[in-house]
Design a protein around this ligand. Structure first.
Ligand SMILES: Cc1ncc(COP(=O)(O)O)c(C=O)c1O
Length: 146
């Protein structure tokens, strides 16, 4: 069975690691990503897979041009990838993964503190700067607000 992980929202640093799945000790066969790849500054999305899966689409392993192609009107436009590479350089150079993890801990602590004041907050969950607040009518039953 092949495992596909969708990192469109939680990938590329949002949770304090390059990918959200890295918190769970799992190894995907496909990873899709988009929004964070160029931090929203350019339109780019991609799917990454393993050599093993890539090889399944080849009829003749010896022919370097014999591979699966996903062709589209603007496929091959270099603006998106250029923005993505620069974005990843900035994430590395400015230690933004570590910063996200640290700011995430602060965010979790502050959001959790809000639970003492507001009964409507049933739970606070997340990793890094990818956080959710569950709004409930009743904290015990977890019945959601209307
Ligand atoms: C988790 C998730 N996966 C996939 C998508 C679709 O992404 P795209 O519009 O780049 O195809 C979205 C869009 O918001 C999303 O939030």
């Amino acid at each position: 069975m092949l495992l596909h992980i969708d990192e469109v929202v939680c990938g590329v640093g949002r949770t304090g690691t390059w990918f959200g799945y890295q918190h769970y000790g799992i190894k995907p066969d496909f990873v899709t990503m988009a929004k964070g790849v160029a931090s929203g500054y350019a339109a780019i999305a991609c799917m990454v897979t393993t050599e093993e899966v890539f090889g399944m689409f080849k009829d003749d392993a010896a022919d370097p041009m014999n591979y699966f192609r996903d062709i589209s009107t603007f496929g091959g436009c270099t603006a998106g990838p250029a923005a993505a590479l620069e974005n990843m350089r900035i994430i590395e150079d400015e230690n933004l993964l570590e910063n996200c993890a640290a700011m995430g801990e602060r965010m979790t602590a502050n959001l959790t503190a809000l639970m003492e004041k507001h009964a409507v907050i049933g739970d606070v969950r997340g990793k890094g700067l990818f956080q959710g607040i569950e709004l409930v009518k009743d904290r015990e039953t977890k019945e959601p607000v209307d």
